[in-house]
Design a binder for this molecule. Sequence first.
Ligand code: NAD
Ligand code: MG
Length: 344
Amino acid sequence: MTTMYYEADAKPELLMSKKIAILGYGSQGHAHALNLHDAGYDVRVGLRMDSSSVLKAEEAGLKVLSIADACAEADVIMVLVPDTEQKRTYDSDIAPHLTAGKCLLFAHGFNIRFNLINPPADVDVAMVAPKGPGHLVRRTYLEGGGVPSLIAVHHDATGQAHAIALAYAHGIGATRAGVLETTFTEETETDLFGEQAVLCGGVSALVRAGYETLVEAGYQPESAYFECLHELKLIVDLMYEEGITGMRFSVSDTAEYGDLTRGPRVINESVKKEMKQILTEIQDGTFAAEWILENEIGRPRYRELRDAGKRHPIEDIGTKLRDMMPFVSAGKQKVSEISGGDTD
Ligand code: NAD
Ligand code: MG
């Protein structure tokens, strides 16, 4: 049974009497801290005191403390440092202050799901995970909306873990859009699968393969870029607004017939078999172990692959073409003006 929560389901007053620490002031951190602060909650941001974010957060009117001091003061602690740093931060600065009855929150279940962080039994552990980047969590909040989010309870020590997490979701604007009940396991595994197979990995590989196919066949790179990358947003916007059927209604009959008959040849059984393998590697911890090790040895493969990606010809042609269409990134500028920016 699916359970969704909206504005009326939350009890924001539960959180009003609590001290909240937001650890980190990046994509999610700045949005959660500012939204909760605007909503009248008692927020402090926990940062490394040499971080360039200290000034940004203070200039935005927020109280800033060291991570350890923020955790010592707070009743509710939201961990928004990068997933790969959370275990270290937890061991050194959070755990010593995690006294009975406090509530530890996450925006992604990775460290709990893969047993990197094991909080004591007398502490609440829950998740409020926005299904969108932090800049949208902030922007939609200011516009009166919110980003749909997931809620999950890993451990309920006080009997209030769920109610506190839901009040927190309300505070960042998520109950305006809808908050879906899930588990740490489901959130972590579907999130990793989505970004690997479809959203980031799948889509960028699809775009590049299409671009390469056209260019290798002798077509102009400009033409290949417009077809395989630029137009993608227009199609995805239609899917976002109206679903796949709605998108098909808007494109020509020729496009739709090509979609129906050729799409399954591109994303065929062998692709789906590979997707299942990718999911298995997420579920059995292979991916997590690989990524943890990659971080421990200083990310050599990550950097090599990222650099190779930047050297792909689609990047150069894209930079040139987008320079001629400044309106394309106008929305992006607006986002960065509103928010405090990404990381330090
Ligand atoms: P981020 O990289 O944008 O920001 C991380 C923040 O932590 C920055 O303020 C940085 O200064 C600070 N930081 C970095 N290293 C640190 C360290 N070693 N010790 C202390 N502070 C450190 O991170 P993010 O994308 O906001 O992710 C935070 C959490 O939110 C993660 O669990 C992530 O999975 C989750 N999440 C992110 C998104 C997203 O779209 N960005 C969406 C949903 C959930
Ligand atoms: Mg995700």
